[in-house]
Every structure is written in structure tokens, then in C-alpha cells.
Write a protein that binds this ligand. Structure first.
Ligand SMILES: *Cc1c(COP(=O)(O)O)cnc(C)c1O
Length: 243
């Protein structure tokens, strides 16, 4: 059963404050890292968040949202004010859901296997489109996480580069939970170096532009290491409630 929706005015106010604070802080972090203040994009991660709160962030100028689940996104997008807003899928994607999402978002950031890439390529080709993607790297080699190991990245990219209907635009990662800032920075730095190395190789059909890393708890460290999309949910919308 759907719970009756009651607007929480306090939450709406805190979304506004949080969004503005983080937006400004992202710019500051970029400058601190010796980069242009507009080089790092702030993605609002909207999983489990009701449309009214998402629309508040959009009204304040947010221009990039990330959703985790295909069904959830398709179910609530009609209530979102998405003109001029880029939509990325960032959650684990099963091959049997690819048909539903290809063509409905601007980018799939969670391409975590060759099999998934093949399916996206196939469905996109059938629809006559090219789907922009990021390859998800399991930087900490955690069994609980999906993604490609960094040692397999080159080979995976070469194989995807041969496929029609899919275009790799960069890399995405979720690092392991670390106690020390220095530890997490090491993971971010590792992926950033790999990003630069691949960019230098200039592989056909691979356009290394986006390095998507950093979430609510670690986006500052990610920016310091070269991220250009940070994906922030909790710090903007508050703790998630799962139904
Ligand atoms: C949920 C999620 C985020 C945002 O996490 P927060 O800690 O709430 O900022 C970022 N990236 C991915 C892939 C996620 O699933």
C-alpha cells in the first residue's frame, strides 16, 4: 500500500539550505584543488525522494539528477520539472531492465559488466540511438559491489569500443567505506590516474570526459582527486526512508 503523502515543510526548507550549501561548497572545493569552479558538476541523487523535494532542488538550479531504480524513476518522472535537466541512471542495472531504460535517460553510469554493455548496445541499436555510458569500476574489489576491476578496464573498454549503439564517456566508482580520509583518497587517486591514462591512449569511440566519484560523505576528497561529477543524496535530501 502507498502511504498517504504529507508535505514536510521543514524538510523542504532543509533541502533548500542543503542544496545551496553543497552547491557552493562543490565550487569552493574545485577552486581549492586549483580547478575552475564550474568544472565539477553536482548531481542530486533522488532515490526514495518524493518529487516535491526533488523539484525544490531543480527550482534552485540543479541540472543533473541520478536515480537508482528503473521502476522508481519511470514511476515518478512525470511529476518532476525536468526541462533542461540531465538524467543519469546510477544504480545496479539488470540486463532484463535495459529495454525499459534505454532512451529514457541521458546516461547510464552503472555499466558494470561486458554483458550489460552488450545488452545496452543491442537495445540502443534496435531503437536507432546511441546510449552514453560510464563504466563502473569496483575500485576496492569488494564482493558486495558490482563493477569491473581496474586490471580489466583496458580490455573491457577496447571491447565496448567495438560495439555500436553505446558510447563510453568516462568512469564511475563507489569506493569502499574507509575510516581515514587518506585511505579513501588513495582509491579516488587510483581511478583518477587510470582515467588520465586511458584518456591519453585515445581509444576510438571512447571519449574519456567524465569521472564520476564522490558521495555525501566523501565528495570533498573526490574533488581534490579530480572528480568532475559528485553524486550527492543524503546531504541534500536527508536520510533515506526505504519502504
Ligand atoms: C545512493 C547513491 C549515491 C548517493 O549517496 P549519498 O551517500 O546519499 O550521498 C551516490 N551514488 C550511487 C551509485 C548511489 O547509489
Amino acid at each position: 500500500m502507498m502511504e498517504k503523502f504529507i508535505l514536510d515543510e521543514e524538510r523542504l526548507k532543509s533541502v533548500e539550505e542543503n542544496y545551496k550549501r553543497i552547491r557552493d561548497n562543490v565550487k569552493e572545493c574545485a577552486v581549492k584543488a586549483g580547478r575552475d569552479e564550474n568544472e565539477v558538476r553536482l548531481m542530486c541523487v533522488t532515490k526514495t525522494v518524493e518529487p516535491v523535494y526533488i523539484n525544490k532542488a531543480l527550482e534552485l538550479g540543479a541540472d543533473l539528477i541520478g536515480e537508482n531504480r528503473v521502476q522508481e524513476y519511470l514511476g515518478k518522472r512525470d511529476e518532476l520539472n525536468l526541462q533542461g535537466v540531465e538524467r543519469h541512471l546510477i544504480g545496479h542495472l539488470q540486463t532484463n531492465k535495459v529495454k525499459q531504460i534505454v532512451g529514457e535517460v541521458d546516461m547510464i553510469e552503472s555499466v558494470s559488466s561486458l554483458k550489460l554493455a552488450k545488452e545496452i548496445a543491442k537495445v540502443s541499436t534496435a531503437k536507432g540511438i546511441v546510449t552514453d555510458c560510464l563504466v563502473e569500476v569496483n575500485i576496492g574489489k569488494e564482493e558486495s559491489k558490482s563493477g569491473i576491476y581496474i586490471e580489466e578496464l583496458n580490455e573491457t573498454l577496447y571491447q565496448i569500443s567495438e560495439m555500436e549503439g553505446i558510447k563510453v564517456k568516462g568512469l564511475m566508482t563507489i569506493p569502499p567505506i574507509c575510516e581515514k580520509d587518506s585511505e579513501i583518497r588513495r582509491y579516488f587517486a587510483l581511478l583518477a590516474q587510470s582515467f588520465i591514462d586511458i584518456k591519453d591512449k585515445k581509444i576510438d569511440n571512447i571519449d574519456m570526459q567524465i569521472l564520476s566519484m564522490g558521495m555525501s560523505g566523501d565528495y570533498e576528497a573526490a574533488i581534490a582527486e579530480g572528480s568532475n561529477i559528485v553524486r550527492v543524496g543524503t546531504a541534500i535530501f536527508g536520510a533515506r526512508k526505504y519502504f
